[in-house]
Design a protein around this ligand. Structure first.
Ligand SMILES: *Cc1c(COP(=O)(O)O)cnc(C)c1O
Length: 431
């Protein structure tokens, strides 16, 4: 199996030690499952690696856009992570979970004045500033409130993670951040240092997602430290924090490589330490921002099979009771997933089918070309693995379909962490 929390016993699929067919019966489908032990283990890998190889004041931030609901902020808070938040809604959710907002980092390329006020009023520790308009808005609002706001500046080091190459334009022309190459990063840093209501704590970059090579991180660290060194020579400013963003990949199918996060972080930390020594730059504390690699393999989605359509000589369809409303990732990105029948997990898979949802939209495909047992029929339980990240958080009510619940597995125990949406909820805002 692609992940150690998934097992097959007596032909039935188990997740986090629990029988998925019984869970589907107990809670109904579609159903998001999350395994608390896996979330915690993923968190601990990051926390311990950063502490061990970088020092006590370095810590990871959970990029909560991957899966944002109250319970997950409680768990990551208990594990000692900070959190990336990207909207007032995520800030609200973290607050409701009692999250320590001094460890919240407010990301995003277009924070409104209302967002900025809301974040400041609720004690968000850091703003990760994307551009000069935002710096000016923060300075103005912090001045009105008589506070000094800590920020990081988001820069674009000009790296394309998908070729593991630098490209002259590529990421320099991203909608996020301020480019180093064009000289605008130096300008914005010098400008920020003039702001009396802003404390510039350091620099941030995030080069992309599904990265399997730590060379992507070491190369961006090299460019970021080069920039920080240049700024120090220019005006004497020394940054306290270097935030290298998120993006470590996960294994969705057996074709994806497995990645040893701890070893990778060790390599990145050793590189940062060596580079700081070479440049004679005081060692900053490090942040990493994993989202997918905390949540993805801690999740699984269960569906019930409805229609099985065999179009003789053409193709086969297996339709389930969810779809792009609970998992839009294939529709959006052509994302790959591992799929199996939870109640027939040991049966030989002999027919190829497109696994499709129930939405009125032919693009509503969860995964094409899935191999199922020939006996696949109405009432079978389909499991889609590794759905913990960017599924619940990207879910919609298209076709007025209720979002599924998120049920957490905790060893022998299971509990609801997000309830299934009701029809009343669907019309709650209709007047
Ligand atoms: C999305 C995002 C992350 C998390 O990326 P993953 O690929 O889920 O690890 C981290 N930082 C920023 C700024 C992001 O936008």
């Amino acid at each position: 199996m692609i992940c150690s929390n998934v097992k097959i016993k007596d032909g039935v699929l188990y997740f986090g030690g629990q029988n998925t067919v019984l869970l589907a019966e107990k809670y109904g489908t579609p159903l998001y499952l999350m395994d608390e032990a896996t979330i915690r283990e993923n968190c601990r890998n990051y926390v311990s690696a950063l502490q061990e190889y970088m020092g006590q004041d370095s810590y990871p931030l959970y990029a909560s856009k991957a899966a944002s609901f109250k319970r997950i902020y409680e768990i990551i808070g208990e594990e000692g992570l900070g959190a990336d938040v990207v909207s007032s809604g995520e800030i609200y959710t973290a607050l409701k979970a009692g999250f320590d907002m001094s460890k919240a980092y407010f990301q995003g390329n277009n924070k409104t004045d209302e967002d900025i006020v809301y974040a400041m009023d609720n004690g968000v520790g850091y703003f990760v500033c994307d551009n000069v308009e935002e710096v000016d808005a923060i300075e103005r609002i912090a001045c009105e409130k008589g506070i000094v706001q800590k920020i990081l500046l988001r820069l674009t080091p000009g790296i394309d993670p998908h070729t593991y190459d630098e490209v002259a334009t590529g990421k320099v022309d991203s909608k996020f951040g301020t480019a180093i190459e064009t000289g605008q990063a130096l300008e914005i840093a010098l400008h920020t240092l003039e702001c009396r209501h802003i404390s510039l704590e350091g620099f941030h970059c995030h080069v992309g997602s599904m990265v399997f090579e730590s060379s992507t991180f070491t190369r961006s660290a090299e460019i970021m430290l080069g920039f920080m060194h240049e700024l120090k020579n220019n005006c004497g400013f020394v940054a306290k924090i270097l935030d290298l963003g998120g993006g470590y990949g996960v294994k969705y199918t057996c074709c994806d490589p497995a990645i040893d996060i701890k070893e990778n972080i060790k390599g990145v930390c050793e590189f940062v330490k060596a580079e700081c020594q070479r440049l004679d730059y005081p060692l900053p504390s490090l942040r990493l921002e994993p989202g997918r690699s905390i949540a993805a393999n801690a999740g699984m989605t269960l569906y019930t099979v409805g229609t099985v359509k065999r179009i003789t000589g053409y193709k086969n369809y297996v339709s389930v009771d969810g779809g792009m409303t609970d998992n839009p990732r294939f529709a959006l990105y052509g994302s790959k997933y591992t799929v199996l029948l939870a109640n027939k997990a040991s049966e030989e898979t002999t027919i190829e089918c497109d696994l499709v949802g129930r939405c009125c939209e032919s693009g509503d495909v969860i995964q094409p070309n899935v191999k199922f047992p020939n006996s696949v029929t109405r009432g079978d339980i389909v499991a889609v693995l590794t759905t913990g990240a960017y599924n619940y958080s990207m879910a919609s009510n298209y076709n007025r379909i209720c979002r599924p619940p998120v049920v957490m597995i905790d060893g022998e125990r299971d509990y609801v962490s997000v309830k299934r949406e009701s029809f009343e909820y669907l019309t709650a805002n209709d007047v």
